[in-house]
Design a protein around this ligand. Structure first.
Ligand code: PLP
Length: 732
């Protein structure tokens, strides 16, 4: 495992500069005065505050107007939007005409449109709120803005975008606003330390800043307000900051910000634009080489040199984030991702990028004070990440040596809750694909080509999911014997059973039989017994939060027909699995149907599945002590396991590696374990291991747990010394 974390998420927040830490400590220990006090201790604090404000004025080019200390950019944005809208409301109350539009850039940070909507409603203004469109490069449509500007009361744009780093054309915007009655807010959070700022040289009315984006702590920010721009305090109270922002000042934060500004002024803190651009080029080069098919989502020439936003075709951002995290590189999704569905980035959507790019973006950002060592180490880890993916057959370029490890019998590929399955037999090097769906075919093709397997059949269960664009690529891999003679669902034989080494795949005859719907049973001598039941057939739980329970019509028929051909405890693998159920059983399926009909068979008061699967790391030893055997299962994917090492435990364990994508293979073995065996799942964050433990709980394995917080919170050495001795530790 890499012993140093590489922090490459500076647009989210930065570490605190050592000088800033010391300044904050001094402001807590020695110079702890309240700047409103008139005695010596207070006067010292006031002097410090004045010095920092004066320094900020110089750094920001704000020799006139107000410069307020407040808690951060979100508060600065609120204050500015509130002030502007209060001024509009006052005009309306005086009987004057109010411009009817409030405008904000379509790629703004959420704080801006949320603040506009919030205060527009709360103040009862009810003006029309419109997003200023941006072009494919992320730049504001200035012709559109020029046309709307005469009717705008407030215009909000950002200096540089936090997701893409795109630098706005502020002089162009200023020009488009010439003669407009609008007040102009420029969210300058991502510009501080990265772009030259001369606030008073442009007709900017409000500019919020945030300390924690440039090596100061969280909880301190600045708001510049142009002379004569309206300013209504958001906080009333003791009259601090000239009664414009009441509340005792955050002196440790101000002192720390002062230390950062001092380093900035001295030229000690940040690298030159040329050096930063060179760093970005090194990273961009390493990324392009490591991930074939990678595209950058913003033009380099017009973006902050410290930000890279990219997508890799066929690799969703969740996968890349797991990969980078395993290499101890902290990057972030260009989009926020929920467990099952990737939420596309609104920024990339506004730029009109294709959906695969908007849903799979990754942002890598470093601080302007970064050094060559960090960049070189990052490039090396990026290369290692690329190799790990290549060795797992996840890139179009095959590995130099595929190695000898046999792939799992069954692999589940899932994207946005829609599943494709791959059944593989290592002895005969043959495989079958079931339900190749859009977005996953590329990966399936890569899997098969990379390992040189022969594709015996391309089966469908008859759901309504679109096959991928590159289905033809997959079809071209079909064994010549299997082409042509197949039924409408792709079953290539006259008979009902297809054998691949020890694996047997049987086409189930459903009744009433339909040519457009199929289900397949997979068995082997080792106890694997699963049925692929497809999308429309998948029994789905009614969600109590849903206003309308799902229609049960599509559930009952297939369950009834399946019941005739397979055993009640056979694991059913659904084609749609938004809730990550992985495998269902007929008995459970029928339960779910009755549940959907409002007749839940769950015992009253029975705990919710998810609530009890988590176990805190510090409780592991005590829980393990009550069991004769503990199985510790790493559910991360092979490319992650390759980059990281297994965690320590202070008690003996049997270790297993079962990637979540291969979970169904291990279910029969785990279901058969005695009650004395504890199953402990872990992953990077505790999310995937919770899914695995929940599946086992549902399938009647009560002793299945997920280690809460996963490796991210695993207190390896601390845990060992705190709750056990070294002798008790099992070898890793
Ligand atoms: N605006 C931009 C562009 C940002 O990047 C952020 C932080 O993510 C904010 C506003 C909010 O800043 P703060 O965390 O100081 O409230």
């Amino acid at each position: 495992m890499n012993d140093i974390d590489l922090y490459l998420d500076a647009n989210a927040t930065t570490p605190v500069l050592p000088a800033a830490r010391m300044a904050a400590l001094a402001a807590m220990a020695e110079d702890f005065g309240n700047p409103s006090s008139s005695h010596g201790t207070g006067l010292k604090a006031r002097a410090l505050m004045n010095t920092v404000r004066a320094r900020a004025r110089r750094v920001l080019g704000a020799d006139s107007g107000q410069l307020l200390f407040l808690s951060g950019a979100t508060e600065g944005i609120q204050t500015a939007v509130f002030s502007a809208l209060v001024a509009l409301r006052e005009r309306r109350m005086r009987g004057q005409t109010v411009p009817p539009l409030l405008l904000y850039g379509a790629t703004e940070h959420k704080a801006v449109p949320e603040a506009i909507h919030h205060w527009n409603t709360l103040l009862g203004l009810c003006l029309q709120v419109l997003a200023i469109p941006v072009d494919a490069q992320g730049l504001h449509d200035l012709a559109w803005l020029r046309a709307q500007a005469p009717r705008a009361g407030l215009v909000c744009t950002m200096a540089a975008n936090n997701e893409t780093g795109v630098i706005s054309n502020l002089p162009g915007i200023a020009d488009a606003l010439t003669g407009s009655p609008a007040l102009w807010l420029v969210d300058s959070v991502q510009a501080l330390g990265k772009l030259p700022l001369r606030l008073t040289e442009l007709p900017i009315d409000y500019a919020p800043f945030s300390g924690h984006k440039l090596y100061a702590p969280k909880g301190i920010g600045l708001l510049y307000v142009r002379e004569q721009a309206p300013l209504t305090p958001l906080m009333a109270g003791g009259g601090q900051e000239g009664a414009l922002r009441s509340g005792t000042e955050n002196m440790p934060g101000i002192a720390a910000l002062g230390a950062v500004l001092e380093a900035l002024e001295d030229g000690r803190l940040i690298r030159s634009p040329e050096v930063l651009t060179n760093y970005r080029d090194q990273l961009a080069h390493a990324l392009s080489a490591a991930f074939p098919g990678l595209v950058f989502n913003a033009p380099a020439h017009n973006s902050l040199p410290t930000t890279l936003n990219f997508s890799v075709k066929g690799l969703e951002s969740r996968l890349l984030l797991d990969l980078f995290d395993a290499a101890e590189m902290r990057v972030s999704g260009g989009s926020a991702c929920s467990a099952a569905k990737a939420q596309p980035s609104h920024v990339l959507e506004a730029m009109g990028l294709p959906s695969w790019q908007t849903a799979s973006a990754v942002r890598l950002s470093f601080g302007p004070g970064a050094g060559q060592e960090l960049i070189a180490e990052a490039c090396q880890r990026i290369r290692a990440c690329g190799e790990a993916l290549r060795d797992s057959c996840l890139t179009p370029v095959p590995p130099v040596d595929i190695g000898t490890s046999a792939p799992d019998r069954l692999t589940r590929f899932v994207l946005d809750g829609v599943c494709s399955y791959l059944v593989a037999d290592a002895s005969s090097q043959t495989c079958v694909v079931i339900d190749p769906v859009a977005g996953l075919t590329t990966r399936l093709v890569q899997w098969i080509r990379c390992r040189g397997y022969s594709l015996r059949a391309l089966l469908r269960t008859g759901g309504d999911d679109e096959p991928g664009d590159d289905l033809a690529d997959l079809q071209s891999l079909l064994d010549p014997m299997a082409r042509g003679a197949a039924d409408p669902l792709g079953w290539p034989l006259q008979g009902d059973t297809l054998s691949m080494g020890a694996l047997r795949l049987t086409k189930l005859s459903l009744s009433p039989s339909t040519a457009d719907r199929g289900a397949y049973l997979l068995t082997d001598a080792a106890g694997l017994c699963v049925a692929f039941i497809g999308a429309a057939d998948a029994p789905r739980a009614a969600d109590e939060n849903h206003a309308e329970p799902p229609s049960t019509e599509h559930l009952v028929l297939p369950l009834e027909s399946l019941r005739k051909v397979i055993a009640p405890d056979t694991l059913l693998l659904p084609g749609h699995d938004e809730e990550n159920r992985f495998a269902l059983t007929l008995a459970e399926g029928l339960d779910l149907v009755t549940h959907a009909q409002g007749r839940s068979r769950r015992e009253p008061g029975a705990p919710a599945e998810q609530a009890s699967v988590e176990i805190r790391p510090e409780a592991l030893a005590a829980t393990a002590a009550g069991h004769s055997a503990v199985i510790l299962v790493d559910v991360r994917e092979p490319y992650e396991q390759r980059l990281g090492s297994a965690p320590d435990t202070p008690f003996p364990v049997r270790r297993m590696t079962v990637p979540l994508s291969a979970l169904p293979n291990a279910l029969p073995e785990w279901q058969a374990l005695g009650p004395d065996t504890l199953l402990l799942f872990y992953c990077r964050t505790g999310n995937r291991s919770a899914q695995a433990a929940t599946v086992l709980r549902r399938l009647s394995r009560a002793k299945a747990y997920s280690v809460a917080g996963g490796l991210a919170l695993w207190p390896s050495a601390a845990l060992a010394t705190q709750i056990g001795s070294d002798e008790q530790r099992s070898p890793a």
